[in-house]
Design a protein around this ligand. Structure first.
Ligand SMILES: C[S@@+](CC[C@H](N)C(=O)[O-])C[C@H]1O[C@@H](n2cnc3c(N)ncnc32)[C@H](O)[C@@H]1O
Length: 249
């Protein structure tokens, strides 16, 4: 769904051996030309390249795809070793913007899948970010908004995704997702989740207030205020939680 320049599309095309139909979409027209170039170079002749925003993707083929890869636009915090400028060029507002876009795209991707597909109904969500806000929090949001469940990725390496992180609490099935770190796995920092869509009819299961996890509470607070909760380190830095000279908070 966010396919340029086409690295993963080319790999999928190789696995499909020019059978079936492979759609490669990207919102950036210039970057679409890179997909076309790569597919031509590799002799792929079963692919259709489209230039749509992911938001419109499900409108073209609602419930129409067997499998979707959403390799979402992200902060790139997993590839800092290749591009150290990421450390200086991204602030918390960038992360908030990406988190919002990722949540929109993951719902669109689920709406474009066919739950009744005899061979699929699967969405793979991935990022080259190591931030919980772009990974587990996005998947948790999808689980709360659509009838779907996490399934094993089938990947042999990688460590399980977080079910708890600082104040976040995620569904236990988040441990089926996989995280990768350069210093552990000698590859880019990466996150992968495989999701099975269970029903084509849209349903937004609304949790009762008492069922809201801390993370969901934070999510809705973040939606209201546009701000993520600060990490304990940031809170100390800003003086919150620090005692004043009289020993009072
Ligand atoms: C992580 S890159 C994809 C890399 C690609 N999957 C590969 O393996 O070569 C994310 C892509 O998302 C695209 N993108 C950003 N916003 C988008 C949107 N709203 N809809 C669709 N694509 C979008 C960007 O143009 C960028 O090419």
């Amino acid at each position: 769904m966010c396919a340029a320049p086409g690295g993963k599309t080319s790999h999928i095309a190789t696995l499909m051996k020019n059978s079936g139909v492979l759609f490669a979409n990207d919102a950036n027209l210039k970057r679409c030309t890179a997909i076309i170039g790569n597919l031509h170079r590799l002799g792929v002749n079963n692919a259709v390249v489209t230039n749509l925003s992911g938001h419109d993707f499900c409108k073209t083929h609602p419930n129409g795809f067997d499998r979707i890869l959403l390799d979402a636009p992200c902060s790139g915090t997993g590839v800092i070793w290749k591009d150290p400028s990421v450390k200086m060029s991204k602030d918390s507002q960038d992360i908030q913007r990406r988190h919002t876009l990722q949540r929109e795209l993951i719902l669109t991707a689920l709406d474009a899948l066919d739950a009744k597909s005899p061979t699929g109904g699967y969405l793979v969500y991935s990022t080259c970010s190591v931030l919980v806000e772009e990974n587990e929090a996005v998947v948790q949001y999808a689980l709360s908004k659509r009838d779907c469940k996490l399934v094993p990725t089938g990947l042999e390496i990688g460590i399980p995704g977080y079910t708890k992180f600082r104040d976040y609490r995620f569904h236990p099935s988040l441990e089926l997702t996989r995280r990768y770190y350069p210093h552990v796995h000698n590859i880019d920092g990466f996150f992968v989740a495989k999701i099975k869509k269970l029903k084509n009819a849209k349903s937004e299961p609304k949790p009762k207030p008492e069922e809201k996890t801390a993370a969901e509470q934070q999510e809705s607070n973040a939606e209201k205020t546009g701000k993520f909760p600060k990490s304990p380190k940031q809170q100390t830095k800003n003086g919150k939680g620090k005692k004043n000279k009289n020993g009072k908070k």
